[in-house]
Design a protein around this ligand. Sequence first.
Ligand SMILES: N[C@@H](CCC(=O)N[C@@H](CS)C(=O)NCC(=O)O)C(=O)O
Length: 215
Amino acid sequence: MIILGYWNLRGYAQPIRLLLEYLQVDYKEKLYNQDGEEWLNVDKQQLKTNFPNLPYIIDGDIVVTESKVIPIYLAKKFKNYELIGQNPDGSFNLNEITFLQILEILKELRDSLLNSAKVPSFKEEKDQIFNEKFNITFEKIKKQLGENKYLLGNLSFIDFYFYEVLKFFQFFYPKLSIFTDYIDRIENIPQIKNYLETKENKIFILDRMKSYFYY
Ligand SMILES: N[C@@H](CCC(=O)N[C@@H](CS)C(=O)NCC(=O)O)C(=O)O
């Protein structure tokens, strides 16, 4: 059974959880408490990799870290190559490159939002920041999506990543309604719907972010 290790929050692990749920993989989570004791003093020392970090995946003897690499491992292991932009048989498709580009852009967008929201003036300036900064990226993503259902045409991991980024934006900008059809589409994928209705909302509440940010 695959083990996914991460802090007891959504963070970098959440899109990976959505991927595991989508693939209907038999997995369990190792959730670390905020005090960091068990992770830093025990598991980080013992994890069989030269690059211990959170999130990690343990799959038998294999340990994979790095949140943008774990999905590549999972897509290849479960032979669902389109999830990383490749052709169904795993051969090269230019979408593979677009996949990496978008992943990078989305990570920057996510990090930029969270860094901006850590600054006290964010509360007053957030609309201006949205218009001058974030919306530029959203316009590009809108172009990429076009009339398609998903960012690469077919569903891929970057859709789970983008969904999570949009949830962050919904949290900081509750009045904003962007990509609403897209969000509905992801939430109505049967495996995701089931996950959101059962496990997710019980444990990973965005409200936990309240104490860290200004909004
Ligand atoms: N580049 C890494 C960064 C991972 C990272 O910064 N993990 C944070 C949580 S989001 C952490 O607390 N890592 C545990 C550690 O550094 O010991 C990735 O994308 O997975």
